[in-house]
Write a protein that binds this ligand. Structure first.
Ligand SMILES: C[S@@+](CC[C@H](N)C(=O)[O-])C[C@H]1O[C@@H](n2cnc3c(N)ncnc32)[C@H](O)[C@@H]1O
Length: 216
């Protein structure tokens, strides 16, 4: 099993693969995951999108193509990834910020109009349940998880049922799809945050409020 890594580790990874990370999204092997998530977001028709662990902004580019008017906030703790995202030339209402999402949650002021998306991020942090638990009740969440290990993975899942078992307590209506890309499977979870759950321990770090212009 891999281990939780710090921002410098992701910066270094990103520097080594900067060329492929700057490419248009449809060149990436992850394109089918992003496409699937973007379709689900478009059906929901939110006025705001918050992306957790947005990396170099590839899915943001796809979201912008499909939903050009929606306000988007993408966060990631890797400065190098965020710099690549900012160079994609997206308009100002597609905003990127450097943020350690374990320590500094994004404030969501309008949960009923907001969709939170997070692709291949939750398996990189030990505190996945806490990060999801901090999202306001009723927020719609779409997330992807892998079926394989990697240097930065602290967990992975063999089946959609395993994903369902871990995350169902946080959602009122969780549905988990399975996407096959070559020999790998990715699980796409989709649901709304439900009432507080006592089994998830509260985070020890108090949430901070974003400046008004970047708050979603
Ligand atoms: C596998 S990449 C996925 C990137 C992006 N979601 C995508 O689909 O291209 C995982 C991302 O999680 C970010 N990450 C890991 N731990 C984080 C943390 N504590 N706070 C914010 N971002 C984090 C990494 O910097 C990296 O960009």
């Amino acid at each position: 099993m891999g281990a939780q890594q710090n921002a410098e580790w992701y910066d270094e990874m990103c520097r080594k693969t900067a060329n492929s990370r700057s490419e248009p999204p449809w060149c990436s092997p992850w394109h089918p995951i992003w496409e699937h998530v973007v379709k689900l977001v478009a059906v929901s028709g939110p006025s705001r999108i918050v992306e957790l662990g947005c990396g170099p902004g590839a899915m943001a580019e796809m979201l912008h193509k499909k939903l050009p008017k929606v306000r988007y906030l993408g966060s990631d703790f890797s400065v190098v990834n965020i710099q690549i995202a900012q160079r994609r030339g997206l308009p100002k209402h597609y905003h990127f910020s450097v943020r350690d999402l374990v320590l500094e949650p994004v404030t969501i002021n309008q949960p009923k109009c907001t969709v939170v998306v997070t692709v291949e991020f939750l398996e990189h942090i030990i505190q996945d349940l806490q990060v999801l638990d901090r999202l306001p009740i009723d927020t719609e969440v779409i997330f992807s998880l892998p079926d394989h290990d990697s240097e930065g993975h602290v967990r992975w899942f063999a089946t959609a049922e395993e994903v369902d078992t871990r995350y169902r307590p946080l959602f009122s209506d969780l549905k988990v799809d399975t996407l096959e890309i070559g020999l790998r499977k990715y699980f796409i979870g989709h649901g709304h945050r439900s009432a507080p759950v006592t089994t998830v321990p509260p985070t020890t770090v108090p949430p901070t409020t974003l400046p008004q212009e970047s708050a979603a």
